[in-house]
Ligand binder design. Structure first.
Ligand code: GTP
Ligand code: MG
Length: 462
């Protein structure tokens, strides 16, 4: 338990109807007593209020009223942090919120660090580390699918599996250690087989879990998809169709888009950042040349290329150059303006999808025809699937991935050593390392650096 009391503005700063100031710690009730004056016969000072009740009153500073508020009192241990928690709901203006917050600080709380409330919830044993990360995922979720995944993780779906795995490995280690105590006795063949089986099962389980990493990253980070093509191919029109609103300027003048435009859309549950770029060609002036430079820069960071071609015109040298330039990238070739008489003929390697395996989609960015097919194609291209039903509700993040990779490497070493009849000391050593790495995921094994890295990504007030 901690001996200081922290406070933060838990809502985004701006002009809103309401804002919430959150206080947690052993002196939360005392701090709130000083900041808050109950009004009316049913309101109580926080220290006298029953747990999980709300009270109407005023926040005063230097004898003057600062705001009219509601004060929610939640006593330990049935709170997010397992400490005494008070939440003051005040008016949402920047100045009102800031003044109430400052008053709370003057009354004895200190400003919370990013993620400090969640960190306390973790250190006080209310949630494990994977669940704490799920809180951040939940806040940052941009699609329903990502939200569901975050909720599953918060409910402990990943933690259960990790704990099960860790328990199995601990049991195996206990077995080994029992033998270490009697080095003169040989390990019985069927015991050995049992130990080998357990480790092999552990490795297989980790491989399954690791398969969910790609989906996890997709849901958390989304992907960047750059829309490219020569001027006037219809890139901006396509962007507008994909977003469902008129974001970019469209015109028959080649070279309309000069700056890169980025906007996120939900494509079949995946957050996709679409980047509309300046048509790639020899620049005619300084502005266009800067636009093209920026386009190239964001192209380098894009995970997916949407190459737009104008179906109403024959293939041109510029198109061919781009086709070969992005041959090594994950890409979709889009034949746009399919509402016009088709004059575009592809080089044979693209016409034959078997030889090149580049998905080809026909659309009209004018009528919207083909856009749904394009969305399906984007999804199937980035969402590899291959996750078993058993792992369906699990999506690990890159920290879990790293820990699991180290854990499975250690376990493989342990298994090899056991099979090679090496000293059981060595087997146990590798196994212990593997268990420690698995434990990092749920926070059974932690270091200060690890905690800083996890909670440093949070926003203040969470
Ligand atoms: N008929 C038809 N016209 C289209 C279609 N898509 C775009 N256009 C027209 O093509 C012209 C160029 O469209 P833009 O979306 O501005 O093309 P762009 O590739 O962004 O062009 P730059 O920004 O100049 O590189 C406009 O006049 C559009 O109305 C389509 O599917 N069918
Ligand atoms: Mg454009």
């Amino acid at each position: 338990m901690f001996d200081d009391t922290i406070a933060a503005i838990a809502t985004p700063l701006g002009s809103g109807g309401l804002a919430v100031i959150r206080i947690s710690g052993p002196r939360a009730l005392a701090v709130a007593d000083r900041a808050f004056t109950p009004v009316g016969p049913h309101s109580q000072p926080p220290s006298r209020a029953a747990s999980h009740t709300i009270h109407y009153g005023k926040v005063r500073r230097d004898g003057k009223q600062v705001d009219e508020v509601l004060c929610a009192v939640m006593r330990a241990p049935r709170t997010f942090t397992r400490e005494d928690v008070v939440e003051i709901t005040c008016h949402g203006g920047v100045l009102a919120t800031k003044t109430v917050f400052d008053t709370v600080l003057e009354c004895g709380a200190r400003p919370a660090l990013p993620g400090e409330f969640t960190q306390r919830a973790f250190l006080n044993g209310r949630i494990d580390l994977a669940q704490a990360e799920a809180v951040a995922d939940l806040i940052h979720a941009r699609t329903e699918r990502a939200l569901t995944a975050a909720n599953e993780q918060l409910a402990g779906k990943l933690s259960q599996r990790i704990n099960q795995l860790r328990d199995e490995l601990m049991l195996t280690l206990a077995h080994l250690e029992a033998h270490l105590d009697f080095p003169e006795e040989d390990i019985a063949p069927d015991t050995r087989a049992q130990l080998e089986n357990r480790m092999a099962r552990g490795i297989a389980f980790m491989v399954e879990l690791l398969r969910t990493a790609e989906e996890g990253q997709l849901l958390r980070r989304g992907i960047r998809a750059a829309i490219i093509g020569r001027p006037n191919a219809g890139k901006s029109s396509l962007l507008n169709q994909l977003l469902g609103h008129d974001r970019a300027i469209v015109s028959p003048i080649a070279g309309t888009t000069r700056d890169t435009i980025e906007e996120t859309a939900n494509v079949r549950g995946i957050p996709v950042v679409f980047i509309d770029t300046a048509g790639l060609r020899e620049a005619r002036d300084e502005i266009e040349s800067e636009g093209i430079r920026r386009s190239r820069e964001s192209l380098a960071r894009a995970e997916l290329i949407l190459h737009v071609l104008d179906a109403g015109e024959p293939l041109q040298g510029e198109d061919e150059k781009l086709l070969s330039e992005f041959a090594d990238k994950k890409r979709i070739i889009i034949r746009n303006k399919m509402d016009l008489p088709v004059k575009l003929v592809f080089p044979s390697e693209i016409q034959n999808p078997k030889s090149e395996n580049v998905p080809l989609v026909d659309v009209s960015s004018k009528s919207g025809e083909g856009i749904e097919t394009l969305k399906d194609t984007i999804k199937s291209l980035v969402w590899s699937g291959g996750v078993t039903a058993e792992m369906a509700q699990v999506t690990i993040n890159s920290r879990h991935q790293d820990a699991l990779k180290r854990a499975s490497a250690s376990l493989r070493l342990a298994l090899e050593a056991l099979r090679a009849d090496a000293s059981l000391e060595f087997v146990a050593l590798d196994l212990r390392q593997g268990i420690a790495a698995v434990g990092e995921i749920v926070g059974k094994t932690t270091t200060e650096d690890l905690l800083d890295a996890v909670f440093g990504q949070f926003c203040i007030g969470k």
